[in-house]
Design a protein around this ligand. Structure first.
Ligand code: GRF
Length: 218
């Protein structure tokens, strides 16, 4: 039986490095997905050019144009729902997206640290890696998780780890973590496409490839 191809919406605020990676992995045949639509919360960011170059419909929805997170989130949903979207990906999206019922447990985020450490409002970009080094932690990494309505929070799907070296700068650590992200996000998306992610309370069980979906909740 062939693998299911799922439709993706990608939300971003910056360079679209994660979008670029996802498009490359799709192109290589290792991810059975198609990016249907891209939304940025900022105009003139490189991620929009990445989308345009790939002929993916793309839109800007600015939080400033809406009074509250709810209204902003509705505007984002309004842009993506005309497309056949099975999964919404946050890919360096810096605004809070209040998840509508339609996309409950269908929004993923990737964070460049091992959540719940160095996560939440204000922990983005180099701030994350600076804090991780400063803490004296010996490892960092990345986390893919289902998003909820808080920053960098929700059931964890996967984590990949790298040592923090004594000589590390935020940039050198960021580079290694991003390499891990480039593997972790496509792998998690493929698990979703293959219906191998089962939510059990606040934890995610990864089902064996050929096993029936378990109905137990232990
Ligand atoms: C990635 O490091 C990801 O962990 C985080 O945002 C970064 C990508 O955003 N969520 P950008 O393309 O550098 O703006």
């Amino acid at each position: 039986m062939g693998r299911k191809t799922i439709g993706l919406a990608v939300l971003l605020s910056g360079t679209g490095r994660t979008l670029t990676n996802i498009l490359e992995v799709i192109e290589s045949g290792d991810l059975t997905a198609e990016v249907k639509v891209v939304v940025s919360d900022r105009p003139d960011v490189y991620g929009l050019k990445v989308a345009s170059d790939a002929e993916i419909p793309n839109f800007v929805v600015k939080p400033k144009d809406y009074g509250f997170t709810e209204e902003f989130s509705k505007a984002v949903t309004y842009k993506i729902e005309p497309y056949a979207v099975d999964l919404v990906l946050m890919a360096g999206f810096l605004s809070l997206y209040k998840i509508p019922r339609k996309y409950e447990h269908r929004v993923m985020n990737i964070h460049p640290a091992l959540i719940p450490s160095f996560a939440g409002k204000g922990f983005y970009g180099h701030h994350v890696h600076e804090a991780a080094i400063k803490s004296g932690c010996k490892v960092s990494g990345c986390t893919v998780h289902f998003a909820n309505n808080l920053y960098d929070s929700g059931p964890i799907i996967s984590q990949k780890v790298t040592p923090i070296l004594f000589e590390d700068t935020p940039d050198s650590l960021a580079e290694r973590v991003f390499e891990l992200e480039c593997q972790a996000y496509p792998e998690a998306i493929q698990l979703f496409a293959d219906e191998r992610l089962q939510l059990v309370k606040n934890r995610v069980k990864i089902l064996d490839r050929d096993k029936e979906r378990s109905t137990s909740v232990d």
